[in-house]
Design a protein around this ligand. Structure first.
Ligand code: NAP
Length: 415
């Protein structure tokens, strides 16, 4: 076991173990949490009560989470003089499943983003974002309920790998020089240069995870979103490798869209359809024909864009959960930021972290607790007593604060 200077390992809890490619979750797991900055404490206070209530109701005292606070962000910097202590990464590695609130990205710090650092250091290679509509929530489209997708976004490479050279620097000049002289590229002098690495290994493991998810969650298709018509050797290869995983590793469980004609236009029973769409077309498809899409796999940048667009389509960021998943380790998180103007006002919507907790319970196999949280949230929204962001989009709603919304979710689990 790692030693912890800032965090305290709770007594009475056990570690989640990863063995033979599967998680073994004890009845009393230790789960590290990062409270988060800005509105993080308000959100966490409400969320943890919802999680504990769901577990208590689902398992009648036979299971209980032992929460272990770990530190990152402003709170960590203020209390311990470091934005991201090594022991926080150790704790996630050791205890396997963690959950976090939003973190401030330090301006001018030693790294670009705490979230990117967490993903890259722990090799949490899939950013997973389910997007669905909750009945009653106001949305900018006429039929938001037709959208129900899970986005798997590559989290390590693409233009997010951070390989960039500033215009006017000797490094940029050296890279340009090589590309112009050795490779025959045409690049203007004084250009900034960014590199987009896309590897077979990382593309394939993401596709594998997405197909496995679709198969175990009864989803009917996996769509590869890419810009391969223009970026042939990066985005185009991502598409090719995606199809290769389907045909070489899941031949008896998948069928390519192009081959559907051979099966009367429908996927044979027990198989999922693998298809691909060019990124720009994908944006309009999600708006115009949302029900034709289920699981989506994309590179890092396209995934970033489509996640927010999809969340907006069903009513916004307040109910958009996320997870950063690697092999046998995962950090669940809100997709929104710290919303600092609402900090300590008991105002913000805790729904994003609460739904991230639903993903966490599902990942752990605690599906009964997950279902209770969803039921509680649906009931709370139907009651019309919701936080400001939802209230302003609903016709007959009463605005309540963060903690009262949490109370409503807990009460809703029993209805
Ligand atoms: P933000 O914190 O996401 O807030 C932007 C707006 O989104 C808010 O003003 C609010 O809109 C709405 N919003 C955010 N969270 C909400 C919630 N829980 N419920 C309802 N509405 C919510 O984005 P930002 O102001 O650009 O970023 C602030 C800080 O967060 C920055 O330091 C940034 O780096 C960081 N950040 C962290 C993460 C992360 O940790 N995963 C992600 C993104 C940004 P209204 O004003 O319309 O109510």
């Amino acid at each position: 076991m790692a030693t912890y200077r800032f965090a305290t390992v709770p007594s009475g809890g056990d570690r989640i173990v990863y063995q033979d490619g599967a998680l073994r979750v004890p009845a009393n797991p230790i789960i590290p949490f990062i409270e988060g900055d800005g509105t993080g404490p308000d959100i966490w206070r409400a969320s943890v009560r919802v999680f504990d209530a769901a577990v208590a109701l689902a398992y009648g005292g036979e299971r209980r989470v032992h929460w272990m606070e770990i530190f990152a962000g402003e709170k960590s910097n203020t209390q311990h003089g470091t934005w991201l202590p090594d022991e926080t990464l150790d704790a996630v590695r050791e205890f396997r499943v963690a959950i976090k609130g939003p973190l401030t990205t330090p301006v001018g710090g030693g790294f670009r983003s705490l979230n990117v650092a967490l993903r890259q250091t722990l090799d949490l290679y899939a950013t997973v974002r389910p997007v669905r509509w909750f009945e009653g929530v106001g949305a900018p489209v006429k039929e938001p309920g037709k959208l129900d997708i899970v986005i798997f976004r590559e989290a390590i490479e693409d233009v997010y790998a951070g390989i960039e050279y500033k215009a006017g620097t000797p490094e940029a000049a050296k890279v340009r020089d090589f590309l112009v002289r050795e490779m025959g590229a045409e690049i203007l002098d004084q250009s900034a240069i960014g590199i987009k690495p896309v590897s077979e290994f990382r593309s394939k493991r993401l596709m594998r995870m997405a197909i496995e998810y679709a198969l175990t969650h009864g989803r009917d298709s996996v769509t590869i979103m890419h810009k391969g018509n223009i970026q042939k050797f990066t985005e185009g290869a991502f598409r090719t490798w995606g199809y290769e995983v389907a045909t070489q590793e899941f031949a008896d469980r998948t069928v390519n869209e192009a081959d559907l004609d051979q099966h009367g236009g429908h996927a044979p029973a027990g198989r999922i359809v693998i298809k691909d769409r060019i990124a720009d077309a994908m944006f309009q498809q999600l708006l115009l024909r949302p029900s034709e899409y289920s699981v989506m796999v994309t590179q890092n940048l396209n995934g970033d864009y489509i996640s927010d667009a999809a969340a907006a389509q069903v009513g916004g960021l307040g109910l958009a959960p996320g997870a950063n998943i690697g092999d046998g380790v995962a950090v669940f998180e809100a997709t929104h930021g710290t919303a600092p103007k609402y900090a300590n006002k008991n105002k913000i919507n805790p729904g994003s972290v609460i739904l991230s907790g639903v993903m966490m319970f599902e990942f752990m196999g605690w599906t009964e607790a997950a279902a209770l949280v969803v039921k509680g949230l649906e009931t709370a929204i139907r009651s019309g007593k919701v936080t400001y962001d939802l209230a302003r989009q609903m016709a007959y709603a009463t605005e309540v604060g963060t903690s009262a919304f949490g109370d409503g979710i807990i009460a809703g689990m029993r209805k």
